[in-house]
Ligand binder design. Structure first.
Ligand code: F6R
Ligand code: MG
Ligand code: MG
Length: 366
């Protein structure tokens, strides 16, 4: 069996209603497009999901990462879906499709991408996490807990193949430079950066003992791509599990505490990341709070046996209840920080337009 590639490519092509969810006809259209690619042999398998207003294409194939054919397929699917969204006058139709011409790779053109190529193990459990109303920095804390914190992941202490630790690749989104940290030795160094989750993003994680890829996230910052506020870079994340990687329960445990992330209402507020079932991924209260869903698969000869809706479990009810309390607590701050993002994180939103208007009225004081 050749190496297989798992590609998750997503875009907001239009919301139903407002930015809260996706219309079933859009998902149907995407399924039809990908089914054709499966019968032509380009894809081994696929699964179409949605989280809030984001259309999520989960695909397996043997073309490797950054394949122009696979990216082209995703692009054409988003274009088709945009055409339908425009016809239906869905909200923000084509929101994440920032270019008219495709040049071989969707990166930098609006959609978010997470891809990993690996040799399928004897049994290959993976989870694809998909979030709405937040940004790629949302994964930093969970990835730290899953792959670096023994209070979260017992296997770091107990399992000899994980005991050496992991390597984290961290991207500086402003400078577009990446650095690799060795964990646990460099935990304190790394946290200087990944704690600043809007600037430094955890992009990839490898097992240190054999360099096997363990996790890959999407790191496109839509606002930085477009240079102005055009919508949300709602992120995705792929994690491999078991047999020398964190167990399913250790990976999900990374989301048991509903920590604060950026991206709620107008991409301008902090709020708790609420893990929900597929059917509850419709952010409504103040366009939120931010949601994350988890689609579990066994990958079998490249086929996606799934999805299992991993947060559809009463053991996450308490997390959701805490998230609701935090939602209420944060909301009472209204336009005040730390509910609203600090000004420097809002420089690409519509707010600078307001402060520009008042610029002349600020006078030097002695
Ligand atoms: C946040 C989000 C929404 C919109 C808000 C305003 O990520 O997508 O909160 O920012 O609904 O949307 P517009 O400007 O399209 O009216
Ligand atoms: Mg939208
Ligand atoms: Mg969205």
């Amino acid at each position: 069996m050749p190496k297989i590639t798992l590609s998750v490519i997503k875009a907001d092509v239009g919301g139903w209603v407002g930015h809260s969810s996706s219309h079933p006809d859009i998902l149907e259209l995407a399924k039809n497009d990908l089914a054709k690619a499966k019968s032509s042999g380009l894809l081994i398998d696929f699964c179409v999901l949605r989280c809030g207003d984001d259309l999520e294409l989960i695909m397996t194939h043997t073309r490797g990462e950054n394949s122009p054919d696979i990216h082209g397929l995703a692009w054409d699917t988003f274009k088709d879906a945009t055409d339908l969204a425009k016809k239906m006058k869905l909200y923000g139709a084509g929101q994440d499709i920032l270019s008219d011409t495709f040049s071989g790779n969707v990166k930098g053109m609006g959609p978010g991408v997470a891809e990993m190529e690996f040799e399928e193990r004897k049994s290959e459990p993976v989870i694809v996490f998909m979030a709405d109303k937040t940004s790629p920095g949302a994964w930093n804390l969970a990835l730290y807990k899953i792959f670096a914190d023994p209070f979260n992941t017992a296997g770091l202490v107990i399992d000899p193949s994980m005991h050496d630790g992991f390597k984290f690749e961290v991207l500086d989104v402003k400078k577009q430079e990446a650095i690799i940290f060795t964990i646990p030795e460099e935990i304190y160094d790394m946290l200087v950066f990944t704690g600043a989750r809007e600037r430094y993003l955890t992009r990839r994680v490898w097992r240190k003992s054999d360099n096997e890829i363990a996790a890959v996230s999407s790191t496109q910052k839509l606002a930085l791509i477009a240079g102005k506020y055009v919508g949300k870079d709602d992120p995705v994340l792929i994690v491999r599990m078991q047999s020398g990687f964190p167990a399913v329960g250790e990976v999900l445990e990374g989301f048991a505490f509903p920590y604060l992330v950026a991206g709620w209402m107008r991409g301008s507020h902090n709020g708790p990341l609420m893990p929900v079932s597929f059917k509850d991924a419709n952010p409504t209260r103040f366009d939120g709070p931010p949601r994350v869903i988890a689609a579990g698969f066994q990958i079998t000869n490249g086929h996606l046996i799934g999805p299992r809706d991993m947060f559809d479990d009463p053991s996450f009810d308490y997390t959701r209840k805490v998230a609701e309390e935090i939602t209420d607590y944060m909301r009472r701050h209204g336009p005040f920080e730390p509910h609203r993002l600090p000004l420097e994180d809002m420089e690409y939103t519509t707010l600078p337009g307001v402060s520009k208007k008042l610029k002349e009225r600020f006078k030097k004081v002695k």
